[in-house]
Design a protein around this ligand. Structure first.
Ligand code: PMP
Length: 285
C-alpha cells in the first residue's frame, strides 16, 4: 500500500513525492538525517533525535528547515496518516537545490526536508533471540562520524562485506580499536561484569540509544567504562551487544569466527534491552 510522505511542507502519496535532481543531498550527500522508532504509535526518544539533528545542522552550517518547530506534529501526522503502530520514521534535511558547485549556495537558499515511514516492526527482528555474528573491517569512513550525514557508502560496503562473509554486521576497526558497527554503537561486558563502550569523539556517532542504555546501566548500578577496546578484548569478553534506535539492545555472539562467552545471547544484554524498552516507553510521545 502506498505511504503518505512529507516533502517540503506537503503530505503526499509516495508516488507523487518529488525532489529536484539538483538537490545537494542527491549530488553531494550534503544532507543529514535521523531515524526515530515508533512503538505502539508513539515516538521513542524523540527529543534526543531532534537535539542531535540540530547539532548536525549546526556542525555543517546548514540552515534549519522552515518546518523545524513543527517536527513533532509532522512526525505524529505521519504516524496517524499511515496507521503506523510499530516501525520507523526517517527524516532528512539537505542543503537544498542549487547548481552543482563544491561551495555551498548562498545562505537563505531553502533547505529541503523529507520524511517517510517504514512499517517494519523492530520488535520482530529475530536477531535479538539468536544473537548477531559480526566480522571486523577497517574503518575507512570520513573523520566526522559524529555528524549524522547521508554519506553512507562505506558503511554500506562494510555491510556487504559482512553479508559476503555470511554474517550479520561489520564492526569498524581503526588504529587497533573498535569504533562502532555499520549502523550501531558497540559494547562488551568484561569477565568481571563491567560494561565497556567506546568513548564519544568525532570517531563515532553519538547514539541516542547508547546514551539511554548508559542511563539504564546506572539504574542497574552496573560499572561502566567509556574507553577504546580491541577485537581481541571483544572476542574474550563474556558478552557483546550493539545498540541503535531500531535494534534497541541486540546481543552479539560471534566476532571474526570466535564465539563470545558461551556463544549465545547473554543475560546483561537481555536485561538492558528489557529496561531500555520499559524506560523508553515511559518517555515516549
Ligand atoms: N552509529 C552509527 C554509525 C549509526 O548509523 C547509528 C544509527 N543511526 C548508531 C551508531 C546508533 O545511533 P542511535 O542509537 O541514535 O540510533
Amino acid at each position: 500500500m502506498s505511504r503518505i510522505v512529507f516533502v517540503n511542507g506537503e503530505f503526499v502519496p509516495e508516488e507523487e513525492a518529488k525532489v529536484s535532481i539538483f538537490d545537494r543531498g542527491f549530488l553531494m550527500a550534503d544532507a543529514v538525517y535521523e531515524v526515530t522508532t515508533v512503538l505502539e504509535s508513539k515516538l521513542i526518544a524523540f527529543e534526543g533525535h531532534m537535539v542531535r539533528l540540530a547539532r548536525s545542522l549546526g556542525e555543517l552550517g546548514m540552515d534549519k528547515p522552515e518546518w523545524m518547530d513543527d517536527l513533532l506534529s509532522i512526525h505524529k501526522k505521519l504516524v496517524s496518516k499511515n496507521n503506523l503502530e510499530n516501525g520507523m520514521i526517517y527524516l532528512q534535511v539537505s542543503r537544498g537545490v542549487a547548481d552543482r558547485d563544491f561551495a555551498y549556495p548562498a545562505s537563505g537558499t531553502p533547505t529541503s526536508l523529507v520524511l517517510f515511514t517504514q512499517a517494519k516492526n523492530p520488535l520482530d527482528n529475530p536477531m535479538y533471540k539468536t544473537g548477531a555474528r559480526v566480522i571486523t573491517v577497517p574503518d575507512q569512513r570520513w573523520g566526522r562520524r559524529d555528524i549524522k550525514t547521508t554519506q553512507l557508502l562505506y558503511p554500506s560496503m562494510a555491510k556487504m562485506m559482512a553479508k559476503e562473509a555470511g554474517v550479520d554486521d561489520a564492526w569498524l576497526e581503526e588504529d587497533g580499536y573498535i569504533n562502532e558497527g555499520t549502523s550501531n554503537n558497540t559494547w562488551i561486558v568484561t569477565k568481571d561484569g563491567k560494561l565497556v563502550t567506546r568513548h564519544l569523539s568525532t570517531s563515532i556517532l553519538h547514539g541516542i540509544t547508547r546514551k539511554a542504555v548508559l542511563r539504564c546501566a546506572e539504574l542497574l548500578q552496573m560499572e561502566v567504562e567509556e574507553r577504546p577496546y580491541t577485537k581481541e578484548e571483544a572476542a574474550n569478553a563474556s558478552e557483546a551487544f550493539f545498540t541503535s534506535a531500531s535494534a534497541f539492545v541486540c546481543p552479539v555472539v560471534e566476532i571474526d569466527g570466535h564465539k563470545i562467552g558461551e556463544g549465545v545471547p547473554g543475560n546483561v544484554a537481555a536485561k538492558l534491552r528489557e529496561i531500555y524498552l520499559e524506560e523508553s516507553m515511559k518517555e515516549a510521545v
